[in-house]
Design a protein around this ligand. Structure first.
Ligand code: LLP
Length: 432
């Protein structure tokens, strides 16, 4: 099994210790499940590794974009995690959950004046400015409010993370951040240091998501530390914070590698300490903002099978009652997923098929080349694993399908609704 929260009993798939077929019956399908214990465990693994290798000043932020709803912020408050937010909408949800924004970092490559004003009004801890335009806008608003705003600068270290193009962000020509290689990073530092209402706390980089590459974080950290040393030598400014961006990749299928977060963090820390020694630099406060690796394998989506279509000599289709509106990742990135016959786990899987959604679009595919039991048919339950990240947060109402609910699982037997299933009425709420 791809994750240790999956088990099988009497031919039935159990997730987080609970019977998935029963859960599908109780809450209906499509259904997002989230294993609360796994989310907390992941927060603790990261926190423990950071405290061990980087000391108490280090900080972990949950990247809200991976899965954003009120309850997740309550968990982050309890787990003492900071948060990364990218819009006024995410800030609003966090506030609704009572999250203290002093530990929140506002990212994105294009914050509007309204965003900046809203975030400051609500007391956001830090802005992460992507470019000089944003530094100017933050300065203007901070001056208007008569405050000094803490800020990090997002820089592009020029590293290729070897992930898929849509989520590779560390290269020089990226839409995100200000490049070091072109000299623009140097200029933005000089400019920011002159601003009266900005406290430049340090630098941020994010090379990409779903990163497995051996030494990607190490290489990014070395480039960033060398830049910090160069700024110290040039402007007498020493960054207090170095934020290394998103977290590690996760396993979607059996052949994906397993990464031990504590070991990986230890390797990055060793490289950072060594580089700091070489540059005669005091180690900055190290931050990281994992999203996917906090919530991905805490998630599963359950569907009910409708039509099974066999086209002899060509292809077989298993159609489920959701699809690209609740999981657009195959349509967007051809992402891999593990699909399981939740109520037929003891049957031999020798029927090759595509698991497809119910939308009027050929690209509405959850996964191709899936092996299911020959008997798979109407009313069977299909489980798609590792859907906790970038599924609910990227969901739409395409074809006017109501978004599924999120049901949280904890303690091996408790389940509760954290986000209700959308109703038909929700689909016309804003229509006038
Ligand atoms: N920090 C920044 C500045 C980011 O842009 C991201 C992700 C993260 C942190 C969190 O990265 P993670 O730990 O989740 O890898 N929709 C795509 C993923 C987009 C990621 C965008 N940025 C997907 O479904 O794969």
């Amino acid at each position: 099994m791809i994750c240790d929260n999956l088990t099988v009993k009497d031919g039935v798939l159990y997730f987080a210790g609970q019977n998935t077929v029963e859960l599908a019956k109780k809450y209906g399908t499509p259904l997002y499940l989230l294993d609360e214990d796994k989310i907390r465990e992941k927060c603790r693994i990261y926190k423990h590794a950071f405290e061990k290798h980087f000391g108490p000043g280090s900080q972990l932020l949950y990247a809200s974009k991976a899965n954003c709803f009120k309850q997740i912020y309550e968990i982050m408050t309890e787990e003492k995690m900071g948060i990364d937010v990218v819009s006024s909408g995410e800030i609003y949800v966090a506030l609704k959950a009572g999250y203290d924004l002093s530990d929140a970092y506002f990212h994105s490559n294009n914050k509007t004046d309204e965003d900046i004003s809203y975030a400051m009004e609500k007391g956001i801890g830090y802005f992460v400015a992507d470019n000089v335009e944003e530094v100017k806008a933050v300065e203007k608003e901070a001056a208007r409010r008569g405050i000094k705003q803490k800020l990090l600068l997002r820089l592009t270290p020029g590293i290729d993370p070897h992930t898929y193009e849509a989520i590779a962000t560390g290269k020089v020509d990226s839409k995100f951040g200000t490049p070091i290689e072109t000299g623009q990073a140097d200029e933005i530092v000089e400019f920011t240091l002159k601003q009266e209402h900005i406290l430049l706390e340090g630098f941020h980089c994010h090379v990409g998501s779903q990163v497995f590459g051996e030494d990607i974080f190490e290489r990014a950290a070395v480039v960033m530390l060398e830049f910090i040393a160069a700024m110290r030598d040039k402007y007498g400014y020493t960054a207090r914070v170095l934020d290394l961006g998103g977290g590690y990749g996760v396993r979607y299928i059996e052949s994906d590698p397993y990464l031990d977060i504590e070991i990986k963090v230890g390797q990055v820390a060793a490289s950072i300490k060594e580089t700091c020694r070489r540059l005669n630099l005091e180690m900055p406060e190290i931050h990281m903002e994992p999203g996917r690796s906090i919530v991905a394998d805490a998630g599963m989506t359950l569907y009910t099978v409708g039509t099974v279509k066999k086209i002899p000599g060509y292809k077989n289709y298993v159609s489920i009652d959701g699809g690209m509106p609740d999981n657009p990742r195959f349509a967007l990135y051809r992402s891999s997923y593990t699909c399981l016959p939740a109520n037929k786990m003891d049957e031999k899987c020798d029927f090759q098929c595509s698991v497809v959604g119910r939308c009027c679009e050929s690209g509405d595919i959850i996964q191709e080349h899936v092996m299911m039991p020959e008997s798979i048919g109407r009313y069977d339950t299909v489980a798609v694993c590792t859907t906790g990240a970038y599924n609910y947060s990227m969901a739409s109402n395409y074809n006017k399908l109501p978004r599924p609910p999120i049901v949280m699982l904890r303690g091996g037997r408790e389940s509760y609704v954290a986000v209700k299933r959308e109703s038909f009425e929700d689909l016309v709420r804003n229509d006038v």
